[in-house]
Design a protein around this ligand. Sequence first.
Ligand code: 4AD
Ligand code: MG
Length: 443
Amino acid sequence: AAAKEIRIQDATAHRGARVRVSGWVSRLRTQGRDMMFVVLRDGTGHLQCILSGRLCHTYDALTLEPEAAVALYGVVREVPAGKTAPGGHELVVDYWEVVGAAPGGSEAFGNRLNAETDPSLLYQQRHLVIRGDTASAVLKVRARVMRAFREHFDSVSYVEVTPPCMVQTQVEGGSTLFAFNYYGEEAYLTQSSQLYLETCLPSLGAVYTMAESYRAEKSNTRRHLSEYTHCEAEVPFITFEDLLNIIERMVKDVVARVWAEPETRAMIEQLNPGFAPCDEPFLRMRYEEAIKWLNDAGIKRAEDGKDFEFGDDIPEAPERKMTDTIGRPILLTHFPGPIKAFYMPATKDDPRVTESVDLLMPNVGEIVGGSMRIWDHDDLAAAYAREGLDPAPYYWYLDQRKYGSCPHGGFGLGIERFLAWLTNRHSVRDCCLYPRFVGRCQP
Ligand code: 4AD
Ligand code: MG
């Protein structure tokens, strides 16, 4: 009889019907000579398939290995009482064929790899590792999270834009720029789309982008990639207080959206047992209070073992120690100018500090960096001079301060860091498809 090709997620609707399902052998178990159980995976779910009798005696059956691509024909039925299977149903196979065979041992790269496996092997073989349940769950949550960000911005009417990745300006300091030869001129891979987003305000109003950003990070850490997905937004006519509320509302809304979806929620619960969306207000803390917190906690500077002082950059380890101890999201604000980017304005009440914010999450640390922007032309020109930056390539960024400038601010969130927090991954390297970091540009 003719069989309709279905995807595993639609199996319920086809109970009782003869169907064809194509996918990869995720798990394989034989029972005696006459029974084989194949757990088939097609990206939309898992389906238990039963092969019996002469279907198990062919050359293909005897040499079948996990990760082979197969097409199975049969009738979908509810699992008999007392047995369990994914989705509560199974396929009773009456005909099947191998589409692409796999050698023995292929599954080693998926489900048999674990936290003890040499990480360099994991990244070298990542094209196989992503077949595993954990890696594929993270990638699915990632897809859902990216959609939730877009849904969120859509709900607040921000317009999505796609700024260029090949640029001639820096945003976050010259030391992490990737330079390349652009038809004989020096150009860089973008560190942030912020400057371009700012130029969109007069034409589009509030805007956002989800684009790759690039940082030549020389150190090997669990939260730095050379290429990462940067979710950035820019909003006109706001105050610093508004900016903090915008960031907090966005993070809570995105979590609520993914949490509301049973399938995604189940994956998050599996990856991050005990996770619950945060309903309380995020803790708001000034940089100066954080310095005091570190000193009260007896945490010392790595370089000289002394107390932290106002003006010090708070490195990754102490930042995470503080965030983990406090155990809830922290909006850390008012960083001193010299440790922050050139475009950040000083606060009116305390010119030592800027209208800047980092959002810190337990287990990861900083996931968002944002600020108000200097919106007066001459103040911005002065900031270039102070930083020793040649303003020429930024003529367009300065120009807009001459044509209807307004107070505005925005932020950038690293999608991989957000995911490391949400899915409790040790490293951002496990939160993207093919991580790029010092020493790795493959696969
Ligand atoms: O704090 P950053 O450097 O801020 C900016 O780039 C601003 N121009 C953004 C803006 O206001 N539009 O980076 C923002 C976020 C960080 O909080 C972090 O989550 C992520 O980007 N990030 C990285 N993620 C992975 N690997 C790296 N090397 C990252 N560098 C920054
Ligand atoms: Mg930052």
